[in-house]
Design a protein around this ligand. Structure first.
Ligand SMILES: [Zn+2]
Ligand SMILES: [Zn+2]
Length: 345
């Protein structure tokens, strides 16, 4: 089969590799769609737990192709050959202190399909049956958002309760659009999405019926002050979904006293921002991170099946596997790209 293979950071090709038989407890999935996101750019640079050689691809939709011995036990019991599935890429060791405390996303032995083990930018993917979820009946163009949605479901758990809160999301990428919809469904009426890209904001308004604010790329700080003025005050919760240090640096300007600031977008590992300890102290601000999920796929898929999440038109760029380099370039620098996916022919 063909697969994207990185031998080291920045160095990849699309090559023939062996198609593996699924071992005990494992299932082989024939890939149909795999989403690309900013994390893949960090992986390209050798960041985000990247382990080489690496086949990336962690937002995956496919069809069950072959079932290994015992993979139909337990949670995999509903699987059948030909069924559409999504793959939860994340697994924890289930034995360390954090896992024992039921906080598996903090696991010391955390592994990710598409970062530490082979992922879905390939024709086939072999994964533990327990990490597969039934996606039958869902449009592949929606199902491909299961992984980012599961991460957001985890953030919603972390932010609970949100009753009566005002929330601003910085960054109108697919994650920002998903976030605003999840926030609305968690009872937040006052949600604003801010981004410098008019097309992304227009799509967000259409899909999520939320207020948006156009950010001036050349004056992020001034834009933040303008947002607060237009909103009639600062926000209880400020969520960064850009991962850009220049934005993250300014987040306290958007927060009310006592507010929560969430670092959600994946920043470069070498980025540094400055904070005023006195400001954090005096204004009782909370700065928190929200990493990935381990157990949130059922929540995300339930939201899809309720019709709570709409993503029509967000996939703007589709590439076949051999054009991985073009897909990566679109993800990196094409401002008209909203969601980039790799599709099976
Ligand atoms: Zn992703
Ligand atoms: Zn663990």
């Amino acid at each position: 089969m063909r697969a994207v293979v990185y031998d080291q950071p920045g160095c990849f090709d699309v090559r023939e590799v062996d198609v593996l038989e699924p071992g005990p407890g494992h299932v082989r999935v024939r890939m149909t769609v795999a989403g690309m996101c900013g994390t893949d750019l960090h992986l390209h640079d050798g960041q985000f737990l990247a382990t080489f050689p690496l086949t990336p691809g962690h937002e995956t939709v496919g069809v069950v192709d072959m079932i290994g011995e015992g993979a139909l036990d337990g949670e995999g019991a509903l699987l059948a050959v030909g069924q559409q599935v999504v793959v939860n890429p994340n697994a924890s060791c289930r034995v360390c202190d954090y896992c024992f405390e039921n906080r598996p996303w903090l696991c010391e032995g955390f592994t990710g399909i598409g970062s530490s083990t082979p992922g879905g930018f390939a024709e086939f993917l072999v994964v533990p049956g327990a990490q597969l979820f039934d996606a039958s009946g869902l449009a592949p163009d929606l199902a491909v958002f299961a992984e980012p949605s599961a991460c957001i479901a985890h953030l919603m758990d972390r932010l609970h309760p949100l009753d009566g809160n005002s929330v601003i999301v910085l960054g109108g990428g697919p994650t920002g659009i998903l976030l605003t919809q999840f926030l609305r469904h968690h009872g937040v009426d006052d949600v604003i999405l801010a981004d410098p890209n008019v097309a992304k904001l227009a799509r967000a308004t259409e899909l999520a019926a939320i207020r948006t604010f156009l950010v001036d790329r050349d004056d992020v700080r001034g834009s933040m002050d303008s947002i607060v003025a237009a909103h009639g005050g600062a926000f209880d919760v400020v969520i960064d979904a850009t991962g850009r240090a220049g934005v993250i640096q300014q987040l306290p300007r958007l927060a009310r006293n006592g507010g929560r600031i969430v670092y959600y977008g994946v920043a470069d590992e070498h980025d540094v921002v400055t904070i005023s300890p006195f400001e954090i102290f005096r204004r009782e601000l909370t700065i928190m991170g929200s990493f990935t999920e381990v157990d949130s796929f059922p929540d995300a898929l339930a939201a899809f099946r309720r019709g709570a999440i709409r993503m029509e038109g967000v996939i703007t760029h589709r590439f076949p596997l051999p054009d991985y380099a073009s897909a990566l370039e679109s993800q990196r620098s094409d401002r008209s790209a909203h969601k980039v996916v790799i599709e099976a022919p």
